[in-house]
Design a protein around this ligand. Sequence first.
Ligand code: ATP
Ligand code: MG
Length: 553
Amino acid sequence: MSEEKSLNFIEEIVEEDLKNGKYPSITTRFPPEPNGYLHIGHAKSICLNFGLAKKYGGKTNLRFDDTNPVTEETEYVDSIKEDVRWLGFEWANELYASDYFDQLYAFAVQLIEKGLAYIDDSASDDIATQKGTPTTPGVRNEFANRTIAENRELFTAMRDGRFTDGSKVLRAKIDMASPNMLLRDPILYRIKHASHHRTGDKWCIYPMYDFAHGQSDSIEHITHSVCTLEFIPHRDLYNWCIEKLEIFPSKQYEFARLNMTYTVMSKRKLLQLVNEGHVTGWDDPRMSTISGMRRRGYTADSIREFCDRIGIAKRENLIDVGLLEFCVREHLNRISLRRMVVFDPLKVVITNYTDSGELLSSENNPEDDQSGSRDIPFGRELYIERDDFMEVPSKKYFRLAPGQMVRLKSAYIIKCEEVIKDGAGNITELYCTYVPESRSGSDTSGINVKGTLHWVSVAHAIKAEIRQYDRLFTVEDVAAAEGDFKDHINPHSLQVIDNAYAEPALLKDTADDRYQFIRKGYFCLDKETTTGKLVFNRTVTLKDTWAKEVKKG
Ligand code: ATP
Ligand code: MG
């Protein structure tokens, strides 16, 4: 983070608290529910929470908010840990809200003892109606009159599995007329006879979010508990529990969640995309998940940079995914190895090239003087892109055409002499000649050409499959669009090119490398690569082509 940058409002609060000696140091937490994979919105929260602790010398806990037994799985826990680490952060402690179940139970008993909680046998519909509306106060039912002894006994029986799901709840006794609906005797515990991914069958009652989150923060002495705006109404209850239990006073602060164009971010929706086969999995490169973006070739650096650039807002807004792509492109431009890959091959025969072949050299990355160079084999037969040739060129066509000259990148100038066609009139080959003294780096030909093409030697070409991704949705604001969000899935979000040819240097590179395929875009190797075939994902185009495509329709 640069020094000149002004503080965001949470940093201002932290600096104030540290200055006043409210806390000797800060502790934050990132509290995912392990019910899905993390997405770019979580990255925002991770960068904020871990970023604060990093900046102010504090620490950050990774706490799994695993109070709902039915939706949570160990697979999700593992993926979350992998994603946080990949983003470049390390937690002080790995914790689980479920580790606090005994403590939370004891807290609940304390509230009962203080006459601040009671067991309600009402059906959930009745509880909802009795709560009233924001403009009319709710009414307390007769269960609220139970004695402390009776509540204590019933709560024990609830824990011991004596009742069925939904037959009883524990409620806080606060204020049925509060303008804040969440204070109208909120439910603290419910019965759920379900196995938990960590506690197994030990519990059949589970605390509600509001009776787990703040207390977990407090147990861990979290100083600044940062969450998204929808939790503003929960803040009063958060404070009420802490105050009544007389425990460490953690404080909740809210910022605007990240919303981004052309994508969805709710885990529930992402899960639907996976389960219904709209994508190949949580790590499908079109997904807004961190694992999807990683597989697609986004770098952790660029995601952190994006989170930093969008800042911390107090109001909801919709961020253009183009900004994320801009950050990715900017970073990839600095680190990518330049390579040549022909997507739609047209064979060129250099008729006056009589050598058996030679090794040319080309720089790996002109943006990085440390990156060195690689060898590129040249030969008599080459592939160029089919659309880099036009039999009847338009006026400003500077690529290859009959009688026209172009430079082959890092190689020679060639001239198209003859177009070879099959019986059906399709162009099958081009016969060209090369200018021997035009070799890149030692060009004495004096010839100036306007076009430079990428190419691959036929004898050395490696087969490759290219996967090009487009936005997963066709509308900017998917959440606000009419109908089901899946009505807006872009049917053309994946384009597979399975007949591409890559230069042999790509065989030697490692899975972590990022590439710029010259004139094509940024790419990375996909995990589905086999020994017989390289598979590449297009991470992002060279330039922003989306605006143009939208206009074309
Ligand atoms: P989802 O609706 O996608 O399931 P969630 O809020 O239920 O998200 P949690 O696992 O509970 O997911 O979130 C962990 C943390 O990440 C919370 O502090 C939450 O506020 C934060 N978070 C989730 N989504 C976003 C987002 N879009 N922008 C910023 N922070 C987010
Ligand atoms: Mg949640």
